[in-house]
Design a protein around this ligand. Structure first.
Ligand code: AP5
Length: 239
């Protein structure tokens, strides 16, 4: 809990490839927090060929967004199992509609968002990173061939299973995802900025490398939530 007893309930906001997944997993490694990535949840559903997965596969591959109703259902089902635990949302909300639906859902449970982190990374930095990204699809662990290499090239550090390229990480689809961000997702920032009375802290972190952004994020979280328990043992499932 934070200084005033607030629990960390955070949205990690940013362009595709800004580092939401990478920075969330660093926080999860350090502190006892749950992270929910809607992208990872969808990719897992696609891998397991669930009803949601079959429906989402083509949309995700093309860089389109899955409908607000489906996303809200997937997310709230998971959130409701977490009770009063601290959590981070990575990749949700992604439209104004999702932001409003999330607020309504959290209001009914009396658990408002407490922190929104906006990662501000230049487009050209992101475009260069994406071609270097490899993922372990079952867990969502992310590697980068120049910045965060796996111990054995091509294989996951924890399971030893092969790494893959995401089907939506080619330059054409990535350009589309970036456009979608400007069109559908960035208006959410104005929405959150226009609600200062809710007590949710909104901060923007700027930078091009992890050396610039990670210490800022770590500082902000420790300042706002000094009681957040740090892990004594390393978390096994996420890198
Ligand atoms: P999702 O998986 O959420 O994709 P995204 O938002 O496009 O984000 P990414 O996973 O590409 O990037 P990231 O910011 O997590 O960056 P990362 O840490 O990997 O969604 C995929 C698709 O699912 C969507 O297009 C949509 O179809 C659907 N979807 C998901 N959520 C939805 C929703 N709510 N509504 C509707 N549809 C939804 O980092 C990127 C690379 O940079 C990596 O290689 C990494 O190693 C490297 N890197 C990261 N940080 C740094 C750093 N600080 N310095 C140097 N390199 C770094």
């Amino acid at each position: 809990a934070g200084r005033d007893g607030k629990v960390l309930r955070m949205v990690m906001f940013g362009k595709p490839g800004a580092g939401k997944g990478t920075l969330s997993s660093r926080l999860v490694k350090k502190c006892d927090i749950m992270s929910l990535s809607t992208g990872d949840i969808l990719r897992q559903n696609i891998l397991e060929r669930t009803e949601v997965g079959v429906m989402a596969e083509e949309l995700v591959k093309r860089g389109e967004l899955v409908s607000d109703d489906i996303m809200l259902k997937i997310l709230t089902n998971k959130l409701d199992t977490l009770h009063n635990q601290p959590w981070i949302l990575d990749g949700f909300p992604r439209t104004l509609g999702q932001g409003k639906m999330l607020n309504e859902h959290l209001e009914t449970k009396s658990i408002p968002l407490t922190l929104i982190v906006n990662l501000d990374v230049p487009d050209e930095v992101i475009l260069a990173r994406i071609s270097d990204r490899y993922v372990h699809l079952p867990s969502g662990r992310v590697y980068n061939m120049s910045y965060n290499k796996p111990r054995v090239p091509g294989f996951d550090d924890i399971t030893g299973e092969p790494l893959a390229k995401r089907p939506d990480d080619n330059p054409e689809t990535f350009a589309l995802r970036l456009n979608k961000f400007y069109e559908a997702t960035s208006p959410l920032l104005e929405y959150y900025a226009s609600q200062p009375s809710t007590g949710t802290k909104l901060i923007t972190l700027k930078g091009s490398t992890s050396d610039e952004i990670w210490p800022q994020l770590d500082y902000v979280v420790r300042q706002a939530f000094p009681g957040l328990p740090e892990r004594t043992e390393p978390k096994k499932r996420h890198s």
